[in-house]
Write a protein that binds this ligand. Sequence first.
Ligand code: DGJ
Length: 469
Amino acid sequence: MRMRNKYRKPTTLRCNAGTRCSFPVLVWSLVGCLLMLHLYSLVRHKDGVGGEIQTHMDHHHHLFRELEEVEEEDIQIPPPKGKRSPRAAKRRPKRPTTLIDEFLDESSQLRHVFFPDEKTAIHPMKDAMNDSFYYYPGRIWLDTDGNPIQAHGGGILYDEKSRKYYWYGEFKDGPTYRAHKKAAARVDIIGVGCYSSKDLWTWKHEGIVLAAEETDETHDLHKSNVLERPKVIYNEKTGKYVMWMHVDDANYTKASVGVAVSDSPTGPFDYLYSKRPHGFDSRDMTIFKDDDGVAYLIYSSEDNSELHVGPLNPDYLDMPHVMRKILVGQHREAPAVFKYQGTYYMITSGCTGWAPNEALAHASESILGTWETMGNPCIGGNKVFRQTTFFAQSTFVLPLPELPGSFIFVADRWNPADLRDSRYVWLPLTVGGAADQPLDYNFGFPLWSRVSIYWHKRWRLPYMRTENK
Ligand code: DGJ
C-alpha cells in the first residue's frame, strides 16, 4: 500500500501496559488477522453478499481491461520525396521524411491516415448500431445537426442541475490564414462553441455562447485577436457559470486571461475583462475546481518557460495575489489538471506551435506544488505516436465517476493548414501502478501512481452499451 506522508514519523507498536511487542508476536498476529479476513470473505462469498462484491469487482476489472488494451499502429512511410509531388520536394528538399513531416505535409499520401475524410465521420444520428458510442480518434465528429463539432482547445463541464455535460471550445469554422509572413496560422475569432450531451458521444450544438466582436477593434474579442482554450466552471455560491480563456492579439504579445460569466451553461456569457494574472504574461491555460470548491488558474508564463498556479477568488471572477511558479524551466504548455485519491495530476505538452510533440505527466500532493514530472503517459500506437501524443495536444482530462481511476483524455489534433478541420483525440486515461520515473520515494515505495493514456483506433466507454442509447 502507498503511504502518502513521507515525513510521517514511524509509529511505535505497543502491546498492553506499554510493553513492546516482540517480532514473532507481531508476525503471528498478522497471520491471524489474514486468516480471519480470509475466513470472513469465504463466509461472505457463501451467503451471496461477498459474491456480489466479487462479481462487481470482476466486472470493474473487466471494464478497466477494455480501456487498457494496448493497440499497435503500423503506418508505412511512403517512398522518398523525389518520387513524389515535385511541389512538396521543392519545399523541403534535404530533410529526411519522418512521420511528423508527413503529418505536417498537406500533400502527404498519409493525409487520410491523420485526417480521414467525411465518409468515415462519426455520425451519432445515423442508425449505426455497431458503431454506437464508439470514439474514433482523429475522425470528423458530427453534432446532432450533422455539422462537424467546433470545440477546439476545449473543456467539459458536468452540470448537476441539468444532468448534462457541456463541451466548450474554440469555434474555428473560418478560413485559416497568416496575419503576416512569420505569423502562426490563425482563424479569426468567431467565439466559444457549446455542445450538450448526456452520454458524452451525442452532442447537440447549443450555439456560440460567447461571440467575437465584429466592429470595435479595441475590444479584446475583436475578430482579429485570439481567443483560445476556454474553460467553464460552476460557482455554487453565486449560481453563476464562469468562463476563463486565453485572450491575445494576433502576435501573441498581449498574453492575458479573459473572464466571462453567465446564469446558464448555454449562455450567453457576458465578457467581463482581461488581465495579466499576477502581473505575468499568460498563454495556454486551464482552470481546475477542487473538491472543496476552491478553483485555480494554471497558465504558461515567462514566455512559456514555466507554469504558474494560483487560487481564484470565491466568486471565481478574479484572483488574489497568491501564486506559485511550477515546472520552472521545463517549457510546457496545454495544461490539463485532474485529481485522483487526493493526488493532483497534470498532463502538459511541449511548445511547438500547432505541431505535435511529446506529452508529459506530472503529479503533486498539493495543487500549489511541488509538482514532479513523471514521464510520457502515452501507451500503444507506435514510437512516433507516443512521441507526438498520438499527433495531438492535451486540452482537458474528464473524470468518469462510473469507473473511479479512469478518465477521458481530451486532446486536439491540430490541422495547421486548415485549423477548422482540426480533429479530436479522445482516449482512455487511467491512474494506477508504479510511475516510470518515480522521482520521490516514501519508505522505498514510489510516491506517485502511473498515469497512462492508451491509444485506440476505436473504443467506447465500457459501460455504454447500445441499449443505453
Ligand atoms: C500551441 C497552443 O497550445 C495552442 O493553444 C495555440 O496557442 C498554438 N500554440 C498557436 O500556435
